[in-house]
Write a protein that binds this ligand. Structure first.
Ligand code: XMP
Length: 323
């Protein structure tokens, strides 16, 4: 019988047996899959697992704290948080091209992650032999991995570590679909905000600022995004939409009026979409009163923003993200 209880029990036993007295590491992205995989392995081997979380400064409001506090509180996991904000800001300075931004963020992420891994490996204690990954069944099928029952395979040179270093992968979610992963996460006691999380791109807010990424712009976008999320949650719409990117058009200004003065500020774009798999999407017909509340609050509360616009493009032709 398929129950979340059985899945957890089965995996915990298998992982314990496999790992023995060795150590494992796991990268946390803030997303559902890596969080549930980590929680499951943590349940099996406790302090033999160390998680790594790279804070690139492109996260939304409260996200890093959610990993640092809520995730650790729920799982008791040993966590290494790397504050890499300045490094990412420096690397992104002066760059506006979307593809270039993506490449820089990806590259810096791997560098920081490798460094953290190397530090953990260099620690005293038993060897780190295992790397935990939140691979799901659809990922396995997509990459031609078939339906094999083994949840472990050897993998060389993961994340660019020394070539003679060999990690064995632990992929405890390999047989599960996303909704099953959420159920397992819930059963493991992970907070709702983590388990029910909507998709968020790896490059974070870096690709939601049209124009150069700066600390100031990130802070502004974080505020606007937090307001939109707060109002969507308050209206009970989280399950109705796939996700709602909030985008800052940093290179655009328009004239407005606030109090008795002229303003010349930036627009914020709301991009609520409904979708099954993100391959195609339709723009969500959100209630006007919710849109009005978001617009009023953003223009009142976020400095330098004097206009909120709604993206009414489906995918195709528009992608979900703006960059
Ligand atoms: P697009 O913009 O291509 O996005 O319609 C489709 C889905 O993928 C997410 N997305 C990403 N996720 N790394 C990720 O992990 C990325 O670089 C990335 N880019 C886009 C996007 O949020 C949407 O859910």
């Amino acid at each position: 019988d398929w129950t979340t209880g059985n899945v957890i029990e089965e995996q915990v036993t298998a992982i314990r047996e496999l790992v023995g007295d060795k150590r494992a590491i796991c990268g946390l992205s803030g997303g559902v899959d890596s969080a549930v995989a980590a929680a499951l392995v943590q349940k099996a081997i406790g302090s033999q697992l160390t998680c790594v979380y790279v804070d690139h400064g492109l996260m939304r409001k409260g996200e890093t704290e959610q990993v640092e506090k809520d995730f650790v509180a729920a799982t008791g996991v040993q966590l290494k948080v790397v504050d890499a904000e300045q490094r990412f800001l420096d690397a992104l300075a002066g760059v506006s091209d979307p593809e270039e931004k993506r490449k820089i963020i990806g590259r810096e992420f791997i560098r920081v992650f490798e460094q953290a891994q190397a530090e953990i490996i260099a620690d005293e204690g038993p060897a780190v032999e295992f790397l935990v990954q939140g691979t799901l069944y659809p990922d396995v099928v997509e990459s031609g991995g078939g339906t094999g029952t083994a949840n472990i395979k050897s993998h060389h040179n993961v994340g660019g570590l020394p070539e003679d270093l060999e990690f064995k992968l632990i992929e405890p979610l390999r047989k599960l679909f996303k909704d099953e992963v959420r159920m397992v996460g819930q059963e493991l006691g992970l907070p709702e905000e983590i388990v029910q999380r909507q998709p968020f791109p790896g490059p974070g807010l870096g690709i939601r600022i049209v124009g150069e990424v700066t600390k100031e712009r990130l802070d502004l976008l974080r505020e606007a995004d937090a307001i939109a999320r707060e109002e969507l949650t308050a209206a009970g719409l989280d399950r109705d939409i796939w996700q709602c990117p909030v985008v800052l058009l940093a290179d655009v200004r328009s004239v407005g009026v606030q109090g008795d003065g002229r303003t010349y500020g930036h627009p914020i774009v709301l991009r609520p979409v409904s979708s099954e798999d993100a391959m195609t999407a339709d723009w969500s017909r959100l209630p006007y009163d919710v849109l009005a509340r978001i617009s009023t609050r953003i223009t009142n509360e976020v400095r330098d923003v004097n206009r909120v616009v709604l993206d009414v493009t489906s995918k195709p032709p528009g992608t979900i993200e703006w960059e």
